[in-house]
Design a protein around this ligand. Structure first.
Ligand SMILES: C=CC1=C(C)c2cc3[nH]c(cc4nc(cc5[nH]c(cc1n2)c(C)c5CCC(=O)O)C(CCC(=O)O)=C4C)c(C)c3C=C
Ligand SMILES: [Fe+2]
Length: 387
């Protein structure tokens, strides 16, 4: 057996305020995040949305200290995992590949090639699979494997999701238990699972298994916790005008307030590290909404970060995967039958609902471009460097 590597996949985040706009541009350039019927429109639209969103997003990153802590935490997770694997007698090197910011997945693959890795375990740091997260990173890797004769000689195993791993569930239950016991009346605390949302069309039209995995994961954590508390699952971080998975976190908080819930414990469920959506969105925005709704005690469980039982779950996944037969992107990258990697892959002509949505969006882009041109004297082609 040749040298062994583990590639941890994550989304990445801007480390400085200057990085926010280019980070958003990379994110919105991804057809797994927004897909246009005309490929050539992807970059201009990504430019437009990232430019329009950058101010608000920068302000949010400013509120959490001027950048995302995601890379530092992912590095600490990678070191803890490598140490644990070495203790278990497995000589492996752990690499980090981010989808939208440094170190990019492509940079990680260059390092893997330089180190002559012959066997690779690909492990997304997302417990549940979504087309928009693990699926998008798998797509990048699949393209690289197709084009690179060296990579084709590298055996790899993919771990699409691991939301039901017993040690992961134990680590989550441990974090929740610890926080519950800080309350004067632990059994009366309402547990509020907040998952990152995705547009409904991902699940209903593209067959994304994300919602099912989130729901199963929530139930499995509650079973592992084995306490009598009531709980709710809701979805946060909606972006754009389309419908996302429901209930939305802000609506669910208001409803619980109206029902008289006073003591709430928020559990972020689709992330394993602190990042903008825990530190800013939950801790600042949702706290405010909850307090206005009459919820007196609003607490949050910390993200797993380097919790030792969580690191144990990652090392167990790696060891089991090394002992398995190699898998291919074809067999595993589409974990659900009928799943389409691109949400709008099945484009139909005519007055379909998809066509209406896109007609509306394109009209909106044209309108915004006109306003920008009137204000600045330059058209969109000037801004994307085409004029
Ligand atoms: C399971 C986790 C995540 C899913 C699913 C997901 C889908 C998704 N996200 C956007 C839009 C944005 N995401 C942003 C940042 C961001 N998102 C996740 C996780 C999931 N996203 C992480 C870990 C981060 C990075 C956080 C950091 O600390 O930097 C952002 C940028 C931040 C902001 O402006 O709000 C956007 C935008 C979409 C559209 C989507 C599904 C289609
Ligand atoms: Fe996101």
């Amino acid at each position: 057996m040749g040298r062994v590597g583990v590639l941890l996949l994550n989304l990445g985040g801007p480390e400085r305020l200057e990085d926010v706009r280019p980070f958003l541009f990379n994110l919105f350039s991804d057809p797994e995040i927004i897909r246009l019927p005309i490929k050539g429109l992807q970059k201009p639209l990504a430019w437009l949305i990232s430019t329009l969103r950058a101010g608000k997003s920068r302000e949010n990153y400013r509120q959490i200290g001027g950048g995302s802590p995601l890379l530092k935490i992912t590095e600490a997770q990678a070191s803890a995992l490598q140490e644990r694997l070495i203790e278990m007698g497995r000589e492996v090197s752990v690499y980090i590949g981010m989808r939208y910011w440094h170190p990019f997945t492509e940079e990680a693959i260059e390092r893997i090639k330089r180190d002559h890795i012959k066997q690779l375990v690909i492990l997304p740091l997302y417990p549940q699979f979504s087309i928009s997260t693990s699926g998008s990173s798998f797509r990048v890797l699949e393209e690289m494997w197709k084009d690179d004769p060296y990579l084709r000689l590298t055996e790899y195993t993919l771990i699409p999701s691991w939301y039901d791993h017993p040690a992961y569930l134990r680590a989550m239950a441990d974090l929740i238990s610890t926080e519950l016991d800080r309350s004067s009346d632990p059994d009366r605390v309402h547990i509020f699972f907040s998952a990152h949302g995705v547009p409904q069309s991902y699940v209903e039209e593209a067959g994304d298994p994300y919602q099912r995995e989130i729901e199963e994961c929530t139930k499995a954590i509650m079973n592992t916790l084995n306490r009598p508390n009531e709980y709710t699952l809701a979805y946060q971080s909606r972006v754009g005008p389309v419908e996302w998975l429901k209930p939305y976190t802000e609506d669910a908080l208001k409803e619980l307030g109206e029902q008289g819930v006073k003591d709430l414990l928020v559990v972020p469920i689709s992330f394993v590290s602190e990042h903008i959506e825990t530190l800013q969105e939950i801790d600042i925005e949702y706290r405010e909404i909850a307090e206005e709704a009459g919820i007196e005690h609003f607490r949050r469980v910390p993200a797993l970060n380097t919790h030792p039982v969580f690191i144990e779950s990652l090392s167990d996944l790696v060891v089991k995967s090394l002992d398995e037969k190699p898998t291919t992107f074809d067999s595993i990258a589409r974990p659900a039958e009928n799943m389409k990697m691109y949400p709008q892959e099945r484009w139909e002509w005519g007055m379909t609902s998809a066509a209406e949505v896109w007609n509306g969006r394109l009209a909106m882009i044209g309108f915004i471009a006109l306003i920008i041109e009137l204000i600045t004297g330059h058209g969109p082609l000037h801004f994307v460097g085409l004029l």
